[in-house]
Ligand binder design. Structure first.
Ligand code: NAP
Length: 270
């Protein structure tokens, strides 16, 4: 059996989708419908454009309409949590969810970004165990990345334009990792001091994302450490300015498409 086209959806087809605002740019429907086809599942995946004020209605609808589950993306990842009956430990600790699974009528909130990031990082050739890492950014994606890196045994410094936000992230995630997690400001002086010891630098800011493709959190005045790997969460464009800076210094670099695919695969598996 192949995944249904709109003409052969039946009463037995399981419906899933992605809730976001806006959603027209999302590649998730193409990705998941292709996966359903490849797996021979009678499932379909739809885009749902839901403004913030309608999120509670939309999530209630997931249960009421008998959907198998949904992915949830920007700007709803944090607002989702109080609408869940139950959270996985990752979603609760990260403070954000990106997947809702309906389990015996209960809504369970998951976060697959952390696991997706780890799988993509390892696939790109970096095992973070024991590695000194710099995470640039302290938003929702950075929280998932830091959670994943700490769980995998990395030592992490979080640097953010708003240093107070980096400090808040550390306070939220440092339980049990007291000597492995630090915070600071994302500025030239701090990077100059921290860069030489880093073996992994993750761009978890939105700098460099289309259409502002020349943006990068790495200062032009500072050479990228040649023995560190650059991982950019930004996946559009495929090669970012941050990745080019790293490659120009002789360092390895990978973009965020791998994480996007793996977090989607993880959601699909669940
Ligand atoms: P977010 O919560 O809005 O956080 C944005 C981050 O970018 C904050 O740390 C912010 O710093 C920083 N930032 C924004 N403009 C900046 C500037 N001009 N200079 C310095 N820092 C700036 O966003 P998010 O959800 O964490 O997403 C971050 C990025 O990750 C996005 O590009 C998103 O597409 C990507 N992402 C990719 C995947 C994937 O699967 N590959 C998954 C999730 C997210 P302040 O706190 O100082 O404002």
């Amino acid at each position: 059996m192949t995944a249904p086209t709109p003409r052969d959806i039946t009463g037995r087809t399981r419906v899933t989708g992605v809730v976001g605002w806006p959603i027209a740019h999302s590649i998730s429907p193409a990705m998941h419908n292709a996966a359903f086809a490849a797996l021979g599942l009678d499932w379909c995946y739809l885009p749902f454009a839901v403004p913030p004020e309608r999120l509670p209605d939309a999530i209630a609808g997931v249960r009421a309409l008998g959907l198998a589950g949904v992915n949830v993306t920007v700007p709803h990842k944090q607002a989702l949590l109080p609408l869940m009956d139950e959270l996985t430990p990752a979603a609760a600790t990260i403070g954000a969810g990106n997947t809702v699974i309906v389990c015996d009528g209960r809504l369970v909130g998951h976060n697959t970004d952390a696991e997706g990031f780890l799988r993509a990082l390892r696939e790109a050739g970096c095992d973070p165990a024991g590695v000194p890492a710099l995470v640039l950014g302290a938003g929702g994606a950075a929280r998932a990345v830091v959670y994943a890196l700490l769980g995998a045994g990395a030592r992490v410094t979080v640097l953010n334009r708003d240093a107070a936000r980096a400090a808040a992230l550390v306070r939220a995630l440092d339980a049990g990792h007291a000597h492995a997690l630090r915070a600071g400001a994302l500025d030239l002086a701090t990077l100059r001091e921290r860069a030489p010891g880093a073996r992994l630098v993750v761009n978890a800011t939105s700098l460099g994302m289309w259409p502002h493709v020349e943006g990068s959190p790495w200062p032009a005045a500072l050479p990228f450490p040649a023995d560190a790997m650059a991982y950019d969460l930004v996946y559009n464009p495929r090669e970012t300015a941050f990745m080019r800076q790293a490659r120009a210094a002789g360092a390895a670099a990978a973009g965020g498409l791998g994480m996007l695919v793996h977090q989607g695969a993880e959601a699909l598996e669940r």
